[in-house]
Write a protein that binds this ligand. Structure first.
Ligand code: NDP
Length: 292
């Protein structure tokens, strides 16, 4: 038996189409255009690709995209001054600082300087606290995308056993919070977890956010489980560059009930959720009803 492949690319296209419809309605009824500012410091090649894609997709849904590209030696004071200007700019509803930042910059300080209402990445400590206490927050985009796919597949997640492998602030921890808020019984595993294979085998929902190519084989997957593979790992195979996840897809697909591929699973949902968050931030800023 082979698992259902959860098509993140198609799902993300639907989310972006819904965002575009809302944006058009906001423009018609309120004369408002949501704006997303993306700040990139330095020349990290992967970050440049992400920022370019974010800009393209932002414009495609009818939002304004403001790109701020700063040199790698930008001072903390200059970066904080830019964030203060963006915080004060009414045309900017969402601010994203592309991570990682060069080493001389304190990422926590910079992220916490963003107005929490404009923190569309959901990394500001206020949003982390709001999420953790079940209050209305800006939810980090990658775990939000995973949650949307899980809800779409399962309907209710209540009572399911979820295992999240990885405890980063940007994926693992917020993913676990979201699953807990949806009444899953949640385990967070990490590099010091004992008997990880056994822990994974208990999961009805297995989320892998580790950053190790194909680390989770099919025999760690409970038959019929839903597997969400967040990992994006570039490897060389047969002399060619290839993207693989944290899950060994070919073996896991034989056991799981449903699985996200890499590429084409979680990845496309992340930018779609960023656009959805920017729309939400715009609606909240103007006291308008939020999109569902
Ligand atoms: P981090 O490196 O910040 O965190 C990795 C986590 O995995 C850590 O908690 C670490 O544990 C854990 N880990 C490492 N090795 C093992 C192991 N052998 N067994 C169990 N746990 C282990 O990574 P991120 O959370 O930022 O990203 C994870 C993956 O997701 C990466 O491949 C990244 O590229 C991808 N990603 C994809 C996105 C998308 O849009 N699809 C967005 C963001 C990330 P410990 O804390 O103990 O060190």
């Amino acid at each position: 038996m082979s698992a259902k492949i959860i098509d993140g690319k198609a799902f993300a296209a639907r989310v972006r189409a819904e965002v575009a419809t809302h944006v058009a309605r906001l423009q018609e009824t309120q004369g408002l255009t949501p704006g997303l500012a993306v700040v990139l410091v330095g020349e990290d090649p992967a970050s440049q690709v992400y920022v370019k894609n974010k800009g393209i997709q932002t414009r495609e849904v009818g939002m304004n995209s403001y790109e701020h590209k700063l040199s790698a030696d930008t001072s903390e004071a200059d970066l904080l001054a830019l964030i203060a200007r963006l915080n004060a700019d009414p045309a900017v509803h969402g601010i994203l600082v592309q991570l990682p930042l060069p080493k001389h910059l304190d990422a926590d300080l910079v992220i916490n300087a963003i107005d929490p209402a404009k923190d569309v990445d959901g990394f500001h400590i206020s949003n982390v606290g709001l999420l953790g206490t079940g209050q209305k927050a800006m939810v980090p985009c990658t775990p939000l995308g995973c949650l949307m796919m899980l809800r779409d597949h399962h309907g209710s997640l209540a009572g399911l056993t979820a295992v999240v492998v990885g405890r980063s602030n940007i994926v693992g921890k917020p993913m676990a919070q979201l699953l807990l808020a949806d009444s899953c019984t949640v385990t967070i595993a990490h590099s010091r977890t004992k008997d990880l294979a056994e822990v994974c085998r208990r999961a009805d929902i297995l989320v892998a956010a580790v950053g190790r190519p194909e680390m989770i084989p099919g025999d760690w997957v409970k038959p019929g489980a839903t597997v969400i593979d967040v990992g994006i790992n570039r490897i060389e195979r047969d002399g060619k560059g290839k993207l693989v996840g944290d899950v060994h897809f070919d073996s896991a697909v034989q056991v799981a009930g449903a699985i996200t591929p890499v590429p084409g699973g979680v990845g496309p949902m992340t930018i779609a959720c960023l656009l959805a968050n920017t729309l939400t931030a715009c609606c909240r800023a103007h006291g308008l009803a939020e999109p569902e």
